[in-house]
Write a protein that binds this ligand. Structure first.
Ligand SMILES: [Zn+2]
Length: 198
């Protein structure tokens, strides 16, 4: 069901007028989190719907997914986005991808990537998918969160040799984005999933 975030004609000129001029509840729709994708579809940020709409209206970004809410002015009803994509590729600084134990656990959502158990950071270790003793490197693609029992069971074996399987392929991620995503996950739209966990 679509929620109508209405504006009176009086506010037509000020499409982005302060929330105080909106009906109660409208502010919420304009502040709803929107996932921002790079031109390459890589998630790079999260912003408020109001900001996302400005980027779309300025021709900087295009709407990829809508959130089902409308913003009404006198002449137009604008669909609020849930996911937008920048039209021009933006370079993301390399240091935002710092490889650390903390960031690996954050990426893997404190979930053992073999058995799926969610644990506090103190009860998780990092597992080299290809063991170090067999040439595995310490990279985003070769490190996963792992519980101690799974880590012991796997030992110096490849996952297949130990009869174990990764829940998903480990990959590098953008920490800046992910921090936002973790914070907003509870409120985020299902439409984000295919961009975040592809
Ligand atoms: Zn485990």
């Amino acid at each position: 069901m679509e929620h109508e975030a209405g504006l009176t004609s009086r506010h037509a000129a000020g499409l982005f007028a302060p929330a105080a001029t909106h009906r109660p509840g409208d502010g919420h729709a304009l502040l709803a989190p929107v996932l921002v994708l790079n031109a390459s579809y890589e998630p790079i940020n999260v912003c408020a719907a109001r900001r996302a709409l400005v980027l779309v209206l300025k021709g900087v970004a295009m709407t990829e997914e809508e959130n089902g809410h409308f913003l009404h002015s006198a002449r137009v009803a604008m669909r609020l986005p849930s996911v937008i994509r920048l039209l021009e590729y933006r370079r993301i600084p390399h240091q935002s991808r710092a490889l650390s134990r903390k960031n690996i656990l954050l990426r893997d959502r404190n979930t053992c990537q073999y058995c799926g158990t969610v644990l506090p950071s103190s009860e998780l270790t990092l597992d080299h998918v290809i063991p170090r003793s067999r040439g595995g490197s310490s990279t985003w693609e070769n490190l996963v969160a792992c519980c101690h029992p799974c880590n012991r069971r796997k030992g110096n074996q490849f996952p297949a040799e130990a009869g174990m399987k990764l829940m998903r392929e480990p990959r590098a991620f953008n920490l800046h984005t992910s921090r936002h995503i973790m914070r907003l996950m509870g409120r985020s739209d299902d439409k984000w999933r295919k961009y975040l966990f592809y």
